[in-house]
Design a protein around this ligand. Structure first.
Ligand SMILES: C[S@@+](CC[C@H](N)C(=O)[O-])C[C@H]1O[C@@H](n2cnc3c(N)ncnc32)[C@H](O)[C@@H]1O
Ligand SMILES: [Zn+2]
Length: 186
């Protein structure tokens, strides 16, 4: 992890309105819509005691369940650095997920709910990459009301000095909290 809708105001021209292709076909009676029961959402975005907004289970989520995909704009690492490099100086807030060596998922503008999942040093989820896509999976049973979390394991290019760790503080509250969102350098 490193750190549009259009509307049309087109006028109907008389010429195009007379066009047979546009108006001469009788309307077919629409087929009745199948009544389907919407799947009950398993998660909800709410205020988090860890930081800002977080994602919470609203139903019991079994261990091993694939909960949600981390979605957003797919950009290159260079593009992520260009867009957010300066912004992230002195700030640890990021909505970027380095999916592969080539692709960063940028959830800043067009991200799904997974972007609100906070980090924990004692997480109940993990992020798994498959074919360049990132999924959040439960690594243990998650009862309703529990906040979802995974280990961000942030790895920065520079040395993870005590100062850098302090600049990325962790407030997960776990007994084994390592105090920083930074992970181990490989
Ligand atoms: C993808 S956002 C997660 C959603 C975030 N809570 C929000 O409201 O924007 C990631 C950012 O949330 C903050 N964050 C996540 N987990 C944290 C934790 N355990 N302790 C402190 N800050 C955390 C950090 O600023 C991190 O860069
Ligand atoms: Zn922690």
């Amino acid at each position: 992890m490193t750190p549009k809708k259009t509307g049309s105001t087109r006028k109907k021209s008389k010429k195009s309105f007379k066009n047979k292709e546009l108006v001469s076909h009788p309307r077919k009676k629409p087929a009745p819509k199948a009544v389907t029961k919407a799947a009950k959402p398993r998660i909800a975005v709410r205020r988090s005691p860890i930081h800002g907004r977080g994602v919470f289970a609203v139903t019991d989520i079994p261990k091993g369940a694939r909960i949600i995909e981390y979605t957003g704009d797919r950009i290159s690492h260079a593009e992520a650095d260009r867009l957010y490099g300066d912004l992230h100086d002195g700030s640890s807030h990021t909505m970027l997920f380095a999916a592969t060596d080539k692709v960063v998922i940028d959830a800043t503008k067009r991200g799904g709910p997974a972007r609100w999942i906070n980090h924990s040093c004692a997480p109940n989820c993990e992020a798994n990459e498959e074919d360049g896509r990132v999924f959040i999976d439960a690594i243990r049973r998650i009862p309703p009301g529990t906040e979802l979390s995974y280990d961000y394991n942030l790895v920065l290019e520079e040395r993870h000095t005590p100062k850098l760790k302090r600049e990325h503080p962790c407030r997960c509250g776990a007994r084994n909290c390592r105090g920083t969102l930074l992970g181990k350098k490989r």
